[in-house]
Design a protein around this ligand. Structure first.
Ligand SMILES: C[S@@+](CC[C@H](N)C(=O)[O-])C[C@H]1O[C@@H](n2cnc3c(N)ncnc32)[C@H](O)[C@@H]1O
Length: 297
């Protein structure tokens, strides 16, 4: 294995001290999802909240199967949420998945019965394959945080939703909600910033999605007259420190830009941190999450 870091237009632009554009962001994300397809579900499926729910299950609770007959999973990735919806909701519910990564969509296609979901490769900013007012509930699990520009995404969601429809998105929550999260974040970003000092000052996506107050404001502006709420939760996983470090690092796109040797050093430091602070019981990683729910009038 060659010991080179991931370098894309996005990282190169950052290294020059400039702000990467939308095309550089999309290409950067496509590269990571090509090289590590399925990584999100492999860490997110391991994490549960105090009631034993994964973040996918918490988001899916926003679906009301009696009145939601057409469901869109925006940025469906490898399809874990679509699979959960297929397994949970009536077979008559129409399922639609959109993602811009062909590698992730291939995994989604492989896990669902043939014809069960309409899967389309597209950008969330242009949902041309979906008609106006044709969707009852649009879900988006851990992807809104990555989208920039964001306004056209929200405009498209507003366009495809039927009157009375619902948009629910799971995004990163406030760091202080999850004990020990900030230290994990800072350790990983410290390693990345040793190579790319501006990573963190500039990050993937629109930073407003990471603030509960800004997120509410964005949603109120994009969906006039709608009822908007943001709820905060925490999901956590435990295990041997080395395995846990690898799984926790999966939540941080920044970790993917490290060269293999630098990544191993970061994982060793992270395993040390997780193991040092485990007082009683196995090492644990907790992740703060926000669930945005928008109900159209
Ligand atoms: C962290 S993964 C989440 C995947 C899946 N929703 C899950 O939680 O398992 C983010 C996904 O968003 C997709 N994505 C990011 N920006 C996008 C955009 N502008 N349009 C469509 N898909 C996008 C990526 O290709 C990737 O599959």
């Amino acid at each position: 294995m060659t010991d080179v870091p991931l370098r894309t237009d996005w990282t190169d632009t950052l290294a020059r001290g400039a702000a990467p554009d939308a095309e550089a962001l999309r290409a950067h994300l496509r590269t990571i999802h090509h090289d590590h397809a399925g990584f999100t579900e492999s860490c997110a499926m391991r994490c549960h909240d105090a009631e034993g729910r994964t973040s996918y299950a918490w988001l899916a609770e926003a679906v009301e199967p009696d009145r939601h007959r057409v469901l869109l999973d925006l940025a469906c990735g490898s399809g874990p949420l679509l699979h959960l919806c297929h397994a949970t909701f009536p077979a008559e519910m129409r399922l639609i998945g959109v993602d811009m990564s062909p590698d992730e969509l291939a995994l989604a296609r492989a896990r669902l019965p043939v014809g069960r979901a309409q899967l389309t490769e597209a950008q969330a900013q242009r949902l041309d394959a979906i008609g106006d007012g044709s969707v009852d509930v649009a879900l988006c699990h851990w992807a809104l945080t990555l989208m920039d520009p964001l306004a056209p995404v929200l405009e498209e969601v507003a366009r495809v939703l039927a009157p009375g429809g619902r948009f629910a998105a799971l995004v990163d929550g406030p760091a202080e909600a999850a004990p020990g999260y900030a230290a994990v974040h800072d350790l990983i970003y410290g390693h990345v910033q040793a190579e790319l000092p501006a990573y963190g000052t500039v990050d993937l996506g629109d930073p407003r999605v990471r603030s509960s107050a800004d997120l509410v404001e964005l949603a109120r502006a994009a969906f006039p007259g709608a009822s908007v709420r943001v709820e905060t939760g925490v999901v956590a996983m435990s295990g041997p420190a080395e395995t846990l470090a690898q799984e926790a690092a999966g939540f941080f796109y920044a970790a993917f830009v490290l060269a293999p040797a630098a990544r191993l050093r970061m994982l060793a430091d992270l395993a040390g941190l997780l193991s040092d602070r485990a007082v009683a019981g196995p090492p644990t990683f907790a992740m703060p999450i926000n669930r945005l729910v928008v109900d159209l009038a």
